[in-house]
Design a protein around this ligand. Structure first.
Ligand SMILES: Nc1ncnc2c1ncn2[C@@H]1O[C@H](COP(=O)(O)OP(=O)(O)OP(=O)(O)O)[C@@H](O)[C@H]1O
Ligand SMILES: [Mg+2]
Length: 365
């Protein structure tokens, strides 16, 4: 997967920029607040996912402008594709001149992996961040997953709205059954996807962690399913969710919350059997996060046959030189976009092209 040409118009602080990156390592450098992350974010949007910084389209449009436009030519799956994203209230997408119904239809066409200081939150923060991490990773590979997840979230919101009505006496508890079934059916599928993905992630990340840490600790990863230990398929998990929803019904009506389902699940990451979040050193946590992200890229490569584009935002300065080298050696053969502030840093990164970003403009150096 390679970006051949990229054009950005009226996006964030960028008026009109276009550039042709190298198929190897591209360094994007410049002072704070000049638009480096904006450029990476504009590339990320071609994956079909929302921005990694905001869900609001209006924040992406340049101040005082009505719409932003992004055009990218990329090579993937043995052909060149031309994709246009127009951002106004919604995102409008054209692939090779043909209009698509939703932005999400780009999922699977263009794949990228973002490495940024916030990837550490996968290790340091609570279950929400971990779920977000695997949800995005699976969506990039399986567009159906994104659709199922969206339906599931809607079903949970609708159930919660009904709980409120039951609690204030404006609806009957009997109406819950239909929502219980829907939450359980979709929830079972989500758990199946996540279990399957976690297994692949665990194998890949453990191997990478071993390399990065010189085999000092053993990395492990477990999907913590709140409704059932073990299990093998969506139906089993659906049944377990349904049973738990029946059992917790009164509590759910009291708390106005749906207490069972994959929106409650977690990922446990351990080193030598101990929680990486609670016991890992900063360096160990960083290595865990890097291993997970590199593993994410490897899984995309193994399943789709295409190496995703790597977007490295501000991570180099966070890593010691050994980890920088490790990261780039794992990304050998990928197209990489790496941002940094300090010009001195560029010399240390073995790159093919460098771009200087100043006040929303870009210049190849
Ligand atoms: N919708 C918008 N319209 C105009 N400017 C915007 C918009 N959204 C963000 N900006 C501006 O974009 C700039 C931030 O750009 P970006 O985050 O890409 O900087 P950066 O070069 O990555 O900086 P750093 O090195 O600090 O990470 C800020 O000056 C911000 O005010
Ligand atoms: Mg930045």
């Amino acid at each position: 997967m390679k970006v051949l040409h990229h054009e950005i118009k009226n996006y964030r602080n960028i008026k009109d920029v276009s550039f042709s990156p190298h198929e190897g390592v591209n360094v994007i450098y410049g002072e704070n607040g000049h638009g480096k992350t904006n450029i990476l974010e504009s590339i990320w949007l071609f994956t079909g996912c929302n921005s990694f910084r905001t869900r609001k389209n209006t924040e992406l449009i340049k101040e005082n402008e009505k719409e932003a436009e992004l055009n990218m030519d990329f090579f993937a799956f043995k052909r060149e594709q031309e994709v246009k994203i127009k951002i106004a209230e919604n995102k409008e997408v054209h692939i090779n001149g043909i209009k698509k119904n939703t932005h999400r239809q780009l999922l699977g066409e263009f794949q990228a992996v973002v490495f940024s200081p916030s990837v550490l939150s996968v290790i340091k923060e609570g279950p929400g961040e971990k779920r977000k991490f695997i949800d995005i990773a699976i969506s990039l590979l399986k567009p159906n997953y994104a659709a199922t997840l969206s339906k599931y979230n809607k079903a949970v919101s609708q159930r919660n709205a009904l709980l409120k009505k039951i609690s204030d006496g404006s609806s009957k508890a009997d109406f819950l059954f239909a929502f219980d079934e829907e939450v359980a059916r979709l929830g079972g599928k989500i758990i199946e996807y996540r279990m399957d993905y976690t297994e692949k992630l665990k194998q890949n990340a453990a191997e990478i962690y071993k390399g990065i840490s010189n085999g000092r600790e053993a990395f492990d990863l477990t999907y913590m399913c709140g409704v059932k230990d073990g299990g093998t398929n969506a139906n089993e998990w659906a049944q377990a969710i349904y049973d738990k929803l029946q059992k917790n019904r009164e509590g759910d009506i009291f708390r106005l919350l749906t207490s069972a389902g994959p929106h409650k699940d977690d990922l446990e990451i351990t080193l030598n059997g101990k929680s990486a979040r609670a016991f890992g050193s900063q360096g160990q946590q960083r290595s865990c996060a890097l291993s997970l992200k590199i593993a994410e890229g490897f899984i995309i490569r193994d399943l789709s046959g295409e190496q995703p584009v790597a977007l490295l935002d501000d991570v180099m300065s966070e890593l010691d030189s050994k980890r920088q080298e490790d990261l780039l050696s794992y990304l050998d053969g990928w197209q990489v976009f790496v941002t940094c502030c300090d010009k001195a840093h560029i010399e240390k990164i073995n790159h093919a092209k460098a771009f200087y970003v100043e006040d929303g403009t870009i210049k190849e150096m």
